[in-house]
Design a protein around this ligand. Structure first.
Ligand SMILES: C[S@@+](CC[C@H](N)C(=O)[O-])C[C@H]1O[C@@H](n2cnc3c(N)ncnc32)[C@H](O)[C@@H]1O
Length: 168
């Protein structure tokens, strides 16, 4: 199976809890790295909501400019509620993608939107929580892909003490 590159870019995230949830999503859906701008996550992470220590597994790199750290060969896919954006249900994800999300208390800068290959929104009634948005985007990518349907994947993903079966 071809290995595709999925990375996440976060514009000045405020909440370490959101970043920890995004790191956990990266582990679940197979994203390989997280880049973030701003100082706020650096201060917030000392409160350690990253209980699974995903930062030890997923490189989590503070940078000055997300655009300068676009992984080679990746398309920039900005996720934002913005006029002219493509609704996520209609979006075809590029094989190699750098998904960029805005901060909890702001929006992705126009400069980043202008540099994007695609801008995508989720047609919700209100703006979503940052980590929830990243989870939905990564799930949508999975749902539109050739995913692993094997029992082996379920066995390796579930808790050790989970022996449940569905006999329906
Ligand atoms: C909590 S939202 C930011 C708040 C928002 N700018 C506001 O009006 O207050 C954090 C980020 O999640 C993403 N986001 C949230 N809801 C979204 C949606 N329905 N479609 C696309 N992106 C969304 C965007 O990247 C946004 O910048």
């Amino acid at each position: 199976m071809t290995q595709h590159c999925v990375s996440i870019g976060l514009c000045n995230p405020k909440s370490a809890t959101n970043v920890a949830s995004i790191l956990r999503a990266c582990g679940c859906y197979g994203a390989s790295s997280v880049f973030y701008t701003g100082q706020r996550f650096g201060y917030a992470k000392q409160y350690n909501p990253d209980t699974q220590n995903m930062r030890a597994v997923i490189p989590t790199v503070g940078v000055d400019d997300l655009l300068a750290y676009k992984p080679k060969g990746a398309s920039i896919v900005t996720i934002e509620l913005v006029d002219g954006a493509i609704p996520l249900p209609e979006f075809t994800h590029p094989d190699n993608a750098f998904y960029i999300f805005g901060p909890e208390d702001g929006s992705v800068e126009q400069e980043v939107i202008d540099a994007s290959d695609h801008v995508v929104y989720i047609p919700t009634f209100n703006s979503m929580n940052l980590a929830a948005t990243a989870n939905v985007v990564l799930y949508d990518r999975l749902a539109k892909s050739q995913f692993d349907r094997s029992s082996a994947l379920i066995a390796s993903s579930k808790d050790n003490n989970n022996n449940r079966q569905w006999r329906g």
